[in-house]
Design a protein around this ligand. Structure first.
Ligand code: SF4
Length: 264
């Protein structure tokens, strides 16, 4: 198997993981890398902006229908040749997201040998990693680098802090923090400080720009729809930092008092 980067982007729900993941995927594809994005969120919106707004069937849905699943049923080529896969979600009330991810990825590995050929695989993971199920991709060795996405608000930082505790507990290094701005006062400073205090670094500050939402609403990544925008360049720089990153640390975490103090 070639030298492959397999990253997961963690962070509080609704903080912009899917949009960041798809823009990074598009930016890497523009640089000529072979990229696969695996959406593990039940909303399955990781790949939609790479596919012109088209929703693809999820592996778990197809498996639930007891279909004989082939590569062409679950792997769809999107912008820049990015291979898009959606795992799908558990049935409300009975399924386990973590278990679902593992079953789906095992199927994917079986029917898609070209997965080994990728330069970068991005796992867009749901949730705040507080339960064991959501760390399933790491535990199974599917992920080699973890990033955390947050804003400078208390709740996303609280989730980020919890994720750090989770990663440390399972002995998985953190490669950096990405700030997806909500235009909070002193936001970059807050997130930079947080990153330093847990022993990591701020890899990128993504400013809040309407163009991201506009492109998303139309079903496209910024890289495809607004490649000349400033924000497209921010994603390109982030993609470069990820591809060339060789710094990972086992993260520390802050106590709640310090976390509150930081965001005050
Ligand atoms: S292990 Fe996690 S994902 Fe699975 S059912 Fe429990 S809380 Fe949900």
């Amino acid at each position: 198997m070639k030298d492959q980067k397999r990253i997961a982007i963690y962070g509080k729900g609704g903080i912009g993981k899917s949009s960041t993941a798809s823009n990074v995927a598009a930016a890497c594809a523009d640089e000529g890398y072979k990229v696969m994005i695996i959406g593990c969120d039940p909303k399955s919106d990781s790949s939609i902006t790479l596919l012109g707004g088209k929703r693809i069937p999820t592996i778990l849905d197809l498996l639930k229908q007891h279909l004989d699943v082939n590569e062409k049923d679950i792997v769809f080529e999107g912008y820049g040749g990015v291979k898009c896969v959606e795992v799908g979600g558990p049935e409300p009330g009975i399924g386990c997201a973590g278990r679902g991810i593992i079953v789906a990825i095992q199927k994917l590995q079986k029917v898609c040998p070209s997965m080994n050929d990728m330069d970068l695989i991005i796992y867009d993971v749901p949730g705040d990693i507080v339960c064991g199920g959501f760390v399933a991709p790491i535990r199974k060795g599917l992920v080699t680098e973890a990033y955390i996405l947050t804003s400078g608000e208390y709740m996303p930082l609280y989730a980020a802090n919890n994720i750090c505790k989770g990663l440390a507990k399972i002995d998985t290094p953190l490669s950096g923090i990405i700030c997806n701005s909500r235009s909070v006062t002193r936001e970059e400073e807050i997130v930079r400080k947080f990153s330093e205090e847990i022993g990591s670094r701020l890899v990128a500050f993504i400013p809040k720009e309407q163009v991201v939402q506009d492109c998303e609403r139309d079903g496209f990544s910024v890289l495809e729809k607004a490649p000349k925008s400033d924000i497209a360049q921010v994603y390109r720089d982030l993609a470069k930092s990820i591809m060339f990153n060789d710094q990972s640390i086992l993260p520390g975490s802050l106590d709640d008092e310090r976390l509150r103090e930081l965001t005050r």
